[in-house]
Design a protein around this ligand. Structure first.
Ligand SMILES: [Zn+2]
Length: 49
């Protein structure tokens, strides 16, 4: 119940969102995370086809 554990990016120290993605737009790690997420979502879409 409202037990949100705050996590921080090991690369830049910014807070992570609920999906564990860095909140800093210029972060290189965030870019990798978004790429991985997009790939994962594309794979899931392909599955439900
Ligand atoms: Zn970061």
């Amino acid at each position: 119940m409202g037990m949100t554990i705050k996590r921080y990016c090991p690369a830049c120290g910014a807070e992570l969102d609920e999906e564990g993605i860095c909140a800093r737009e210029t972060c290189p790690r965030r870019k990798l995370q978004l790429d991985a997420k997009a790939k994962k979502e594309a794979a899931e879409k392909a599955k439900t086809k």
